[in-house]
Design a protein around this ligand. Structure first.
Ligand code: KIV
Ligand code: ZN
Length: 510
């Protein structure tokens, strides 16, 4: 058995199915670039038939990313497979992931099909997908609650039809680790042509067992794990990539395989996904939570100072934590700025965008003496966002006084024209948003508003995330500034800009 564990990241597909986690094409490309740098093997970029936006995102990721296999999901239907094949045309290496449900409850109640009909449809889908690429993944959806004899039959038939990866999803997060591991082992032993495919685990976290189930599958022969950054995904989410990768790497005494992942990229990926989706990482989250390497108890601190391994099983820097290293200051030059961002994986597509980012850096350095890597990343994200916006913030003046109403006077540039408005309400943020609403004239429902600090201290950049709903469509907006009211205004405007872009069709139900 191979000692390589394939990491299949589905942040851009299953992760995006999480309510409120929708991403634009540009955001997907930014995340895909970090995943590529992290050396993820397969990136599931979306569900090409779901909407025009999904199709274009899969296509854009396929055209941009060259060092990972790009995958699109497709139901076991001709039209889905053709759409996936079309979207993946530009990829260096492409995969079609087709699926159909195999549990009794799904076949009877959802599909209203017999097991034989399901098997025939799965085989037909794999054969059709083979016209587009040799790399075909088949998933018997809800395998975790499917009859094992039927699973053996459909897996054997789909491998004969050309499937090269067989993914076993615990779609509803129902399995226990010992049980999921036993199923994986039994399927690999019982399916006569199992040696012609790689077996994979796709676990949901409804009972908090997604990572445990995935690891149990690996111990029992799976050589691919499907996971997402920060465990994002439907309902309680998927297996967290960072936890799977670090568990396998840290416990090489237990696992006889390892992934190719460059773990030092994990933290940047986690921060980017959190900022794009507005899903904040809990402080005590394993690997990427703010407290994951913090020692509060005196006895622990004492132990770590004497010998780190007394209380630390992993090195923070191996995951990309750099303990807030001071990187630059007001006097740093353009070349040092460019070089440091290069080390952080940020490249500029033109001299103009480098100059713009450097100008922002100088402005920030005037307000904030110490600039950390996190500040640079926030600053560049901001520059990338603003390039495409049709509404821009020109000026904002807010006044707050105890016992008085707050007021916000704002000037925006909307499609090239400057417009101003003033609003008076009980809060500074509320007044700012009301003034923006007056100018933009689009009715939105604010579903989430959160502020977090990018680094430590009262002069830190404040990052604001908003989630806006408009006619059933949900978008996220984010921005950072040393002034949190300005960051709030920019985040709100970022969300509004997304709403004003063409309305996308909804996902089909799966
Ligand atoms: O959870 C699931 O079953 C899925 C499939 C489409 C693989 O996401
Ligand atoms: Zn799933």
């Amino acid at each position: 058995m191979s000692n390589k564990l394939i990491i299949f990241d589905t942040t851009l597909r299953d992760g995006e199915q999480s309510p409120g986690a929708s991403m634009t094409k540009d955001e997907k490309i930014r995340i895909a670039k970090v995943l590529e740098k992290m050396r993820v093997d397969v990136i599931e970029a979306g569900f090409a038939i779901a909407s025009v936006g999904d199709f274009e995102a899969v296509q854009a990721v396929a055209n941009t990313i060259k060092d990972a296999t790009i995958c699109s999901l497709a139901r076991a239907l001709d039209k889905d497979i053709d759409r996936a094949g079309e979207a993946l045309k530009g990829a260096n290496s492409s995969r079609i992931h087709t699926f159909i449900a195999t549990s009794d409850i799904h076949m009877k109640m959802k599909l209203q099909m017999t097991p034989d009909q399901v098997l025939d449809q799965a085989v037909r889908a794999v054969k059709r997908a083979k016209q587009y690429t040799n790399d075909i993944e088949f998933s018997p959806e809800d395998a975790g609650r499917s009859d094992e004899d039927f699973l053996c039959r459909i897996i054997e038939a789909t491998i004969n039809a050309g499937a090269t990866t067989i993914n076993i999803p615990d779609t509803v997060g129902y399995n226990m680790p010992h049980q999921f591991g036993a199923t994986m082992k039994s399927l690999i032993e019982r399916v006569p042509n199992a040696d012609k495919a790689i077996f994979s685990a796709h676990c949901h976290n409804d009972l908090g067992l997604a990572v445990a189930n995935s690891l149990s599958a690996v111990l029992n022969g799976a050589r691919q794990v499907e996971c997402t950054i920060n465990g994002l995904g439907e309902r309680a989410g998927n297996s967290a990539l960072e936890e799977v990768v670090m568990a396998v790497r840290t416990r090489q005494d237990v696992f006889d395989c390892d992934s190719n992942i460059d773990a030092t990229q994990i933290l940047s990926a986690s921060r980017l996904v959190s900022s794009v989706t507005g899903f904040i990482v809990q402080p005590n989250k394993a690997i990427v939570g703010a407290n994951a390497f913090a020692h509060e108890a005196g006895i622990h601190q004492d132990g770590v100072l004497k010998h780190r391994e007394t209380y630390e099983i992993m090195r923070a820097e191996d995951i990309g934590w750099n303990t807030n290293k001071l990187v630059m200051g007001k006097h740093s030059g353009r070349n040092a700025f460019k070089a440091r961002l290069g080390e952080l994986g940020v490249e500029f597509d033109s001299e103009a965008s480098l100059n713009d980012a450097f100008r922002r850096f100088k402005e920030l350095a005037d307000k904030k003496h110490q600039i950390f890597d996190e500040d640079l990343q926030a600053l560049v994200s901001e520059a990338q966002i603003e390039t495409h916006e049709s509404i821009c913030l020109v000026a904002l003046k807010v006044s707050s006084e105890t016992g008085e109403q707050n007021s916000a006077a704002i000037t925006l540039r909307i499609d090239g024209k400057e417009k101003s408005a003033i609003a008076h309400t009980s809060g500074a943020v509320d007044a700012t948003f009301s003034a923006i609403n007056t100018l933009v004239g689009v009715k939105v429902n604010l579903q989430l508003y959160s502020v977090s600090n990018v680094t430590q201290g009262t002069d830190a950049l404040g990052e604001v995330n908003v989630r806006l709903e408009h006619n059933g469509r949900i978008v996220n907006g984010q921005a950072a500034d040393t002034d949190i009211i300005i960051a709030s205004a920019k985040a709100y405007i970022h969300g509004l800009n997304k709403i004003l872009i063409a309305v996308d069709k909804p996902h089909p139900q799966i």
